[in-house]
Structure formats: structure tokens, C-alpha cells
Design a protein around this ligand. Sequence first.
Ligand code: NAD
Ligand code: DAU
Length: 353
Amino acid sequence: MNTRANQRILITGGAGFIGSHVVRRFVLKYPNYKVYNLDALTYAGNLENLKDIEKEPNYTFIKGDIVDTSFVFEIFEKYQFDSVIHLAAESHVDRSIEDPLAFVKTNVIGTLNLLQAAKKLWGNTVNNRFYHISTDEVYGSLIENKSLFTEETAYDPSSPYAASKASSDHFVRSYGKTYDFPYVITNCSNNYGPNHFPEKLIPLFINNIINKETLPVYGDGNYTRDWLFVEDHAIAIDLVFHKGKNHETYNIGGFNEWKNIDLIKTLCRLMDQKLYREDGESERLITYVKDRPGHDLRYAIDANKINKELGWKPSVTFEEGLSKTVDWYLDNKDWLDNVTSGSYKEYYQKQYL
Ligand code: NAD
Ligand code: DAU
């Protein structure tokens, strides 16, 4: 792993939800690193997420599409990146059900373009690092209350999104085996926190509660997810980037399983308090709607490897994290209004109305 104090790091998808937290952490914590944020600014990318750090001398934004092969090769040649933290992706399961090809393009072909360009630039050196950010969804679904996803769990993706991420993981590992390419992968559970695009459960429901709109619960609401505060994910990424072993995979999770319906009721109660509304007002907005096709019953991560080997564990409790998250959305109404105008309305109409 490159330990040079002045290395050049390419972070892809840095204008998105998790990417913006990772970019901010690296820019502020490592002033000697040069951080390059490559992002196509799709509907999910928003430079407002990085307004506070955009003028830092060690930060450069590059607008571009990882699917564009010659562009990707050109920027590797121009900036001579020492390492890559790859987060750019199409990330929403429901959108992947409507348009799987968009997910193959960005998540599979985009990842291959980055692998090819990095391999060309780096040759056979072990001093570089390609860090691929992946998801627990590649493992498919767990049976209720039984077992956890470990790094050895076989891949069994359910949605086109999960299949595209699984495919990209396979390509990254194949480069390790075939070319001795210096990669590391992490597979993380559901993140939540500030800057989360309001198409995902928690920010969508926060926005709808603010606006007193219905809360569309898929199926019976008895689906389970393992939630992690986004800044704890960024801390884990920092640690794995610097201390993780080449060709290893680390699962990251919150040790924090919630049935959707229980989480939603907790969020409703919290928001009633914060908005000085009558107890039970937000809960009355809950509406059970048609289930997501191929809906995975349960995700739960065994994060013991990263805990034992690298000493990581979540630092924020769910109670604190959810409260901070709700406060952020209430304090950033302009951000919410901006991202929910325009094409968001069309998406919402198609998905829910
Ligand atoms: P996001 O959708 O909020 O952000 C994705 C970013 O990638 C956006 O800024 C977007 O503009 C950019 N992007 C999309 N297509 C691009 C392209 N072709 N070229 C360049 N940039 C492009 O996603 P997120 O939730 O922040 O997820 C980031 C990564 O973490 C993804 O790889 C995702 O699979 C993974 N992940 C997410 C979660 C989660 O709960 N959100 C959990 C585990 C893993
Ligand atoms: O597990 C990691 C994954 O978590 C990431 O890889 C994905 O990028 C991220 O989007 C997330 O996927 P999920 O499908 O789990 O997240 P989502 O927020 O879309 O849904 C969470 C749960 O809530 C899921 O069981 C579906 C349900 N849901 C979701 C929405 C948007 C609803 O009941 N109603 C909704 O309107």
C-alpha cells in the first residue's frame, strides 16, 4: 500500500451520499493528500454536499462519466493517481428494477474502465491501492433471525442492482487473481445520515413526514435491515484504505438490525417530538403499498473481521444517529427542496402514485 504522504487519491462518486462524507474526511484529515473527486453529477450527485470544502487547496472536482472509456484513461494519464476509492454507482434498488441496463453500464462497465486504466498506469506495482466499495446486497437474503453475512457467504443477488454490484466485485477480484492487481473490497450494510437522497427509506420518510404525505411501506413492513450511520462508514473506509490487507474483503455493519415497520414507527415518534406535533400524528401517515419485486427479507452483517483485525466498530448509536439525521434534514430544508424539485417529482409519480 502506498504510504506516501503526498499521494493522489481518486474518489469516484464523491458528490453522492456516502462519497461526500468520504471526500470531506480525506480532504480535511489528510491535507498532504491530493483528493480528486470524479462524479458525473447524475440525479444523485450534488455539489452542494461539498460546499464547505470545495475551496480547500488539496481538493479537485472532475466532472465526468466512468462509462466513458477514453475519458477515464485520459484522467489517469493526466493526474497520475496513486490510489482509487471507488464509490460511483447507480445505487437504488427500485430504479434498477425499472432500468437494469443503466446499472450494468455504470456499476459493471464503469468499474471495468477504472480497473483497466489503473492497471495500465500502475503496471505490476504493489504500492498502489484500488479500493472497491460494495454492498451486503450481493449476498442475497437471510432467513429471519438466523445467521449473518460473513466474508465467506456465497453471492446470491436478488435485484438487478445487487447483481450489477456482485458482477463488479467479481471483476475486481478477478484482476487480483489474474494480474496480481492491488485491490481491497468492503461490503457494507444500509447507511443513513445527512445528504442521503430522499428516494431511500429513511430520507424519503423524513421528507414525507415533514410534508404530511403518506409513508409507503412495502409489503407487510416485516423486512429487516442493518443500519449504520454514514460517518461510521467513512471512518471504516479510512481505516481499510490505510490498514486493510491487499486482496482482502471486509464486511462493515452496524450491529443494528431493525424491522422496517419498527424503524418507521420510531422515526414517526421522534419526528412528532421534533416538529411539536401531536403523538401518533406521523404514524397515521403509514400506508401499506405493493411490495418490491424480489424483496430481500433480511440483511445482517457479521462485522467481526474488521473489528478484530482493524479495531473498527460503530461509534454512533442508532438513537444518536437518527436524531442527528432528522435534525440535519430539518435544518437543511433548502437542500431537500432543491433535490425534490424537477425530475424527482416524475420519479415519485411513477414509483408511488
Ligand atoms: P449515491 O447514489 O448517493 O451516489 C452515487 C454517486 O455516483 C452520485 O454522486 C452520482 O452522481 C455518481 N455517479 C453515478 N453514476 C456515475 C457515473 N457513470 N460516472 C461517475 N459518477 C457517477 O450512492 P451512495 O448511497 O452514496 O453509495 C455509494 C457507494 O456505496 C455505491 O457503490 C453503493 O453501491 C455503495 N453502498 C451504498 C450503501 C447505502 O446504504 N447507501 C450501502 C453499502 C454500499
Ligand atoms: O444494504 C445496503 C444497500 O442498502 C445499499 O447497497 C443500497 O445502495 C441502498 O439503497 C440500500 O438498499 P435497500 O433496498 O435496503 O434500501 P431502501 O432504502 O431502498 O429500502 C430499505 C427497506 O425499506 C427495504 O426493505 C425496502 C423498504 N422500503 C423502501 C422504500 C424506498 C419501503 O418499505 N418503502 C419505500 O418507499
